[in-house]
Write a protein that binds this ligand. Structure first.
Ligand SMILES: [Zn+2]
Ligand SMILES: [Zn+2]
Length: 422
């Protein structure tokens, strides 16, 4: 029997509460996976509202915005790229989970019991801790997760800087839950666990008193994003900081945190942001002598080298002074405004594509995805002031006209169609 209190539409109150994991079991328990709402998709207006709120609070309290435009655009680009595969496939985190549940489950826990709900909350958060810890301690997993750490700012847009590759390893850590927790309950918590981690990416909240003991908070997660030596490999928590306290990886915020990778990549190109570490592993693999050493390049920590401990040497991490200047775009203000306008138009096409996936042919979907990737790459080239940027942007405009001409894109404002016809 269906749960009468669970609905697929998200009310304003539920929307606000879901961003903080303050949902009740009875309103978010579903019998089948198909009934589970796409909470992450429904969160877009709440992401935007909280980012605007952060901007206002930051202006009032500190007299400046919480970050920089070039960095924020790159973060949102990564968020867009990471969700594009969802247009074609159900995520691997769900398909593998369903496979294990259907073939190997040990118990049939009731989907509508609050006990199942609370144990799934703990199970998903525990799985996330170990996934996240391994994503920092195993080089090929770090190749995906490093994207999230490549921002040199720390604000709500940083939360959206997600990896395309990450889900291809994270599923392993959630699969054991499929032995007893129904897929519909898991799918709810997987989304809430992700959404909870949005609001902790901010500098405008300093300390939350006793909550800091139990919950992952902005202060704890700032440490996780730091490249100061005391911050490295600390605070892996998703929702509950207790896992770090139990397993010895907790560190409280001390001196000012300098954000980003220990070796900044100094680029706003979205493809490089996603994949540069894979190329680094590839070259290091061939440059490192010996079979077992090559094996270690892939499976030991990103800081490992022959003769070093598994996670590398902390003294090799560059010391920070607090005076580091983050990489910034040298593009003119006018060009930056142009990139924002193109980015906003691309976002509108992206939203339209997600909203109408069922009506679009596979060819149109594929071409639209290619157009989104081309747009993000071109914006990255413009921000980086690459020599090829003009050529790339001209090419992108031509591709846009061709896609429109052959009916794969439609103008967002119908009255503009005349202009395109001309
Ligand atoms: Zn991390
Ligand atoms: Zn983060």
């Amino acid at each position: 029997m269906k749960n009468p209190e669970a609905q697929q539409d998200v009310s304003l109150s539920q929307g606000v509460r879901m961003m903080f994991y303050m949902m009740k079991p009875n309103e978010t328990s579903f019998q089948t996976l198909e009934e589970v709402p796409d909470y992450v998709k429904k969160a877009t207006p709440f992401f935007i509202s909280l980012m605007v709120l952060e901007l206002v609070v930051s202006w009032i309290h500190r007299g400046k915005p919480p970050g920089r435009l070039d960095d924020a655009l790159t973060s949102i680009s990564a968020g867009v790229l990471s969700r594009l595969p969802n247009l074609f496939f159900r995520s691997i985190e769900l398909t593998t989970y369903i496979y294990v549940w259907e073939n190997y489950r040990l118990f049939d826990w009731p989907w509508d019991s609050p006990w199942t709900w609370y144990l799934a909350f703990l199970g998903v958060d525990f799985g996330y801790y170990w996934f996240h810890r391994m994503a920092h301690e195993i080089n090929f997993m770090w190749a995906g997760h490093q994207t999230h750490h490549s921002s040199e700012d720390y604000n709500l847009s940083t939360a959206l800087r997600q990896s395309v590759l990450q889900i291809y390893t994270s599923w392993i850590f959630y699969s054991p839950l499929a032995l007893f927790i129904p897929p519909s309950v898991y799918a709810v918590h997987l989304q809430f666990n992700l959404l909870y981690q949005f609001w902790i990416h901010t500098e405008v909240i300093t300390n939350l008193g006793p909550l800091e003991l139990i919950l992952n908070t902005p202060s704890h997660h700032r440490v996780h994003h730091g490249r100061n030596r005391y911050c490295i490999d600390k605070n892996y928590a998703g929702v509950l900081i207790i896992w770090d306290r139990i397993f010895g990886t907790f560190e409280a915020e001390k001196e000012k945190v300098v954000y980003g990778l220990t070796h900044p990549i100094n680029t706003f190109e979205p493809i490089k942001v996603q994949f540069h570490h894979l190329f680094y592993i590839w070259t290091t693999f061939w440059d490192t002598p010996g079979f077992f050493n090559k094996f270690s390049v892939i499976f030991k920590g990103p800081g490992w080298g022959p003769g070093k401990p598994r996670l590398g040497l902390s003294e090799e991490i560059p010391e920070v002074t607090g005076k580091e200047v983050p990489f910034s775009s040298s593009a003119s203000q006018l060009l930056k405004i142009y990139t924002v306008v193109q980015f906003a138009l691309m976002l509108a096409f992206y939203e339209d594509t997600f909203a109408n996936t069922a009506e679009l042919s596979q060819v149109t979907l594929l071409l639209r995805v290619c157009f989104v990737i081309l747009t993000l790459t071109s914006i990255g080239f413009l921000l980086d002031q690459r020599q090829e940027a003009t050529l790339m942007e001209t090419l992108r405009c031509l591709v846009f006209l061709l896609l429109y001409r052959f009916g794969h894109l439609k103008p967002l404002v119908p009255s503009l169609s005349m202009a395109f016809e001309v």
